[in-house]
Design a protein around this ligand. Structure first.
Ligand code: 13P
Ligand code: SF4
Length: 303
């Protein structure tokens, strides 16, 4: 509507005035994706945060993503329009428990999914995202891997590698909500459709899929596959990018529950306010940053 349009115009004006860029995750509201300079997955967003020469990064995503941007670009102002937008799964791992686990498995490498706090990353050997998890794990000399915090991704890893995967009891409530029954029903309605799901989905959903991959991988798969219809197991926000990239294909989201409330907590009004006031800012202590950047850098170097 016209109100949203005028806010978007103001955002474009402010971006130039403040030499700011807007980075947005695929799960953001469509009107936010429209004003973003880059829309992508966690991996692409980290790369952009590292490479930009803007003075200000307005991060439209959740807290751990903005924190990673700050770790990689400490001299930039990093703004999170809704400061309470955290990833509940990232909050399921804490340093105290991780130290305990490391003591129990001194010969294991610690692989932290980017969906972790900066403090946890500071105690990890390397980070990973859904886009590079297998490559990262294979690149390590250790045979034993502590993988945190997503137990569903750990299950997936255990099937895909010969390494011993030590699990952590975290999960993403959005992806975990998707049931095998939901997918079965969608497949009955669209028998020719291919099933493509995020590795954060449960083991039984992952077992039904033709392809298991992160958000950017889902977009790529829809382009490479001959199928016309796809049953998509991830947050519904991805629909905007899927339709934009592949206008002649159709995408079915098999459950109404595939919504991340934290991702949706950013609104276009909050993006505008945050650009105007250059707040709320995200900070990471230098002590944590120096350790956490090693794990992030190591991930960004894995080819
Ligand atoms: P991607 O890195 O695949 O975009 O996933 C981010 C996320 O939060 C998944 O729930
Ligand atoms: Fe966290 Fe899940 Fe939301 Fe991604 S979709 S930010 S993993 S709660």
């Amino acid at each position: 509507n016209s109100n949203v349009k005028s806010i978007q115009e103001e955002i474009h004006r402010l971006k130039k005035e403040k030499n700011a860029i807007i980075l947005g995750h695929f799960y953001q509201r469509p009107e936010i994706q429209e004003v973003a300079d880059f829309v992508g997955d966690s991996f692409g967003l980290s790369q952009q945060a590292q490479q930009t020469d803007a003075d200000v990064i307005v991060f439209c995503g959740v807290h751990f993503m903005a924190e990673s941007a700050k770790i990689l670009s400490p001299d930039k102002k990093v703004i999170l329009p809704e400061p309470e937008a955290g990833c509940p799964m990232a909050d399921m791992a804490d340093v105290k428990q991780l130290k305990e686990m490391k003591k129990q498995h001194p010969d294991a490498a610690v692989v932290a999914y980017v969906n972790t706090t900066a403090a946890v990353k500071a105690h990890a050997d390397v980070c990973c995202t859904s886009a590079n998890v297998l490559k990262v794990v294979q690149s390590l000399p250790q045979e034993k891997i502590i993988y945190l915090p997503d137990r569903n991704m750990a299950d997936y890893l255990a099937k895909k590698t010969d390494k011993t995967i030590i699990r952590w009891p975290g999960y993403c409530y959005t992806h975990n909500w998707l049931t095998a029954d939901d997918v079965k029903k969608a497949k009955e309605e669209h028998p020719d459709a291919k099933i493509v799901v995020h590795p954060e989905c449960s083991d039984e959903v992952v077992s039904m899929a033709d392809k298991v991959t992160g958000t950017s991988g889902i977009i790529k798969y829809a382009g490479e596959s001959d199928a016309k219809t796809f049953i998509v197991g991830t947050e519904m926000g991805l629909n905007a990018a899927l339709k934009k990239e592949h206008p002649n294909k159709s995408f079915v989201f098999p459950s109404k529950k595939l919504i991340c409330a934290q991702m949706k907590a950013n609104t276009i009004e909050k993006v505008y306010e945050s650009l105007k006031t250059l707040s709320p800012e995200v900070f990471v202590s230098e002590e944590i940053r120096i350790s956490a950047i090693k794990a992030l850098d190591k991930m960004l170097q894995v080819k």
